[in-house]
Design a protein around this ligand. Sequence first.
Ligand code: SAH
Length: 216
Amino acid sequence: MSQLDQDDRRRELVDMLTASRWITDPRVLQVLREVPRHLFFEAASAEDAYADKPRPIGLGQTISQPAVVGAISQALLLNGTERVLEIGTGSGYHAAVLSRLSAHVDSVERLRPFAEAARIRLATLGYANVSVHVGDGYEGWMSGAPYDRIAVTAAPTAVPDALIAQLAPGGVLVAPVGDLETQRLVRLRKDAQGGTVRVEDLGAILFVPMLRGTAS
Ligand code: SAH
């Protein structure tokens, strides 16, 4: 697998995502063009690394499909100044994408081996504005709150109250919500007074379930 091959495959994938018009934000497309997804998991080949599919990363978990990473990143309406919370670090790939679109990312992972591997990978690749934490995402990350944006990348059956509480006034949260069969991607927006929360349905989606507690 040569570097050139990987770069070509990545360019082809992003061209395809651009043509699909599902992702239209030029900043998001540019970041997808730059972040080397093949370095975030053990891909069998360049085709495998840049197929628009979720891929296994061990412990029954997956690195998300690039189109879905793009769609969630776009739905967060980032302009580069935000403090972001991600729930479900997994490989660290989505955290890397978010870090290039915002000021800082706190990413919380319940499985310690993933958190440790992602922390090293992100630091090695130069994503210095990401902090990875071991924790239960149902509790958010209190010490960094409030957050301008929250991205949930595992599916709870309802948006956890702690995450809504940790969202800043004017903030945006995007989460897959549902059970193993049916999930919807939802976007919550808190108004500037921090009172009313507006909910939008962004369509069908499929993520691994959000589980309770942490594990080593
Ligand atoms: N964003 C990841 C993919 C997420 S897969 C990436 O870019 O690779 C979902 C991840 O969420 C898994 O790693 C899983 O262990 C984690 N997870 C599930 N429930 C969680 C919880 N309550 N708190 C934190 N992480 C959780």
